[in-house]
Ligand binder design. Sequence first.
Ligand code: AMP
Length: 359
Amino acid sequence: MKVAILGGGQLARMMAMSGHRLGVETWVVDPKPDAPAAAVAHHVLGALDDPESWRAIADCEVATAELDHAPPEALTWLARRMPVRPGADAFAVAGDRLREKLLFRELGIATTAFAPVGSRGELEHAISQVGVPAVLKTRHEGYDGRGQRMIRAPEEASQAWQELGGEPSLLEGLVPFDREVSILAVRGPDGEVRFWSPVANHHEGGILRHSRPLAPGAEPDLEQAGQQAVAKVLEALDYVGVLAVEFFEVGGELMANEFACRVHNSGHWTEEGAETSQFENHVRAILGLPLGSTGWLGPTAMVNLIGSLPPREALLSLPNARVHLYGKTPAPGRKLGHVTLRASDDEGLDAALARLSRG
Ligand code: AMP
């Protein structure tokens, strides 16, 4: 079985490693010679929008991507030769923050107040609709807090607009959330859906720092509401593969922020904390193989290693921890690896997290 992945970052690397255990061969397309997945998969060294790269993966059985902004022309070309899962529609929506919000609205899923902004003049209008404080976000290619500026007062609008380069954007009301939660699900080509436990996420500077799944049944209302919303998105896009929807929780209610049509950082814990990881279930789903159980194995937390790495000895001496390093050169804000901690109860997990943050 041969799978092609557009993008060769750590997500592709972990999918390739999971696929390998199932006898699946992976081809990744990435323009960087040192792409993290290149060490564990066949590497097509080329641009994602170069037909030469597409031809190199033309005999794979199925194609997927590890990024939301996969070039549409690549997806169209590949879709004439093999299933592309999830489909081009999912990428078109997930790669555009405005279309994402419009889809949530159309499906009756609560989301933040928002207004499209195509020009400096429209920004004034958007501010009068949405109010301040608000966040101006570019529609395309923003992630990990990039492509976003906070507007606390109308006078800050000009600067924010200029700093984002005057690109097509949207203005979102700033949500005074109590918690950030994501829900990950996998859907097979036959429509079977499985959910992992909801995950509580902590971000700093727009970047995910750590994730902690809730114990099954710990918050049944939240779990049910979140799963209903995710199921609607899966159905609407006739989705195949892993989908991650990020929510703000405010006063016990969920508001959808965005979704990723791929495996997601807030699902990395599943490798140690669930019966089947998001990476393996994505590979299974896109190949039409039976899905694995998403059952929870016990208290788990995932901590990202960002910007620089602690000394290897310290990392490897952590008890009840699995260390994942992506083979990337350190740089500020860059995700270099993650650690998954396990414990027999929540107190043990708190203690392990405190130990890790003390270094
Ligand atoms: P995003 O790229 O939309 O996931 O934003 C990254 C992070 O910025 C989120 O996880 C939040 O912590 C914060 N953020 C983004 N949009 C909003 C918003 N409308 N209200 C409050 N916080 C936000």
